[in-house]
Design a protein around this ligand. Structure first.
Ligand code: SAM
Length: 216
């Protein structure tokens, strides 16, 4: 059965498709500040040798490449063909593959991956989509597998918090404001993801969360 989209969800799909078609050729330049985070995510994930990893909303594939460099089998999926075209052109790894897919409705079977990751994408989504994406990550990752989320955070001190919030709100979509104020950990708990480690990145403007898939 095809699920009916809300007006907000329809608007989000239009926005994502349009924005990333325009942004794709420049994305790696714009996202250069994140480049130092990629290897850190791989080390932090600390997946077992031979793990199968799904990188959700992979964009131009930078996080997927960082996993592939360490020998993992990686599949990167994204809604935007334009972003994936960049990833495919830059891909020099036999163990990294890219496919167009909607993260809210993946075609993979249950428990297909040891690890699933998503970086700098959840903040770009309305809450209902964020929830659907997390549900799909839980479904396609095996029980006790690892779920890694990398995204914006706010520094602890008041001035840093104020400055970073207003700076990022300047260029991110409206969903960012809801995302950054939301109770992220409650959303994880609701989806049976148990957070076992956190790492602050980008001087407090970003966070890596490592969770265990506790589905039954
Ligand atoms: C800000 S980019 C992040 C790309 C990459 N993960 C990174 O760390 O650089 C967000 C990506 O999420 C993708 N995206 C948004 N909604 C999606 C969905 N429902 N399914 C798959 N990809 C989606 C966009 O097409 C875009 O490539």
């Amino acid at each position: 059965m095809v699920e009916k989209l809300t007006d907000e969800e329809r608007e989000y799909y239009l926005l994502v498709r349009k924005a990333f078609t325009i942004l794709a050729p420049f994305y790696d330049t714009v996202a250069a500040p994140f480049s130092g985070v990629r290897d850190r995510v791989v080390n932090f994930t600390d997946a077992q040798k031979g793990s199968r990893i799904l990188d959700i909303a992979t964009g131009t594939g930078q996080q997927a490449f960082a996993f592939a460099k360490k020998g993992y089998e990686v599949i990167g999926i994204d809604l935007s063909e334009a972003m994936l075209d960049v990833a495919k052109k830059k891909n020099k790894f036999k163990n990294a593959k890219f496919e167009v897919a909607d993260a809210t409705n993946l075609l993979f079977e249950d428990n297909s991956f040891d690890v699933s990751s998503i970086s700098f994408a959840l903040h770009d989504m309305p809450l209902s989509i964020r929830e659907k994406v997390l549900k799909e990550m839980v479904r396609v990752t095996r029980p006790e597998g690892i779920i890694v989320i990398v995204d914006y955070d706010l520094p602890k001190n008041r001035i840093g918090k104020f400055l970073i919030y207003h700076f990022i709100a300047l260029f991110e979509a409206e969903y960012y404001k809801n995302f950054i104020k939301s109770d992220f950990e409650a959303l994880f708990n609701k989806n049976r993801i148990e957070i076992i480690e956190k790492d602050t990145v980008l001087h407090g403007a970003g966070i890596i969360l490592k969770g265990i898939n506790n589905k039954l």
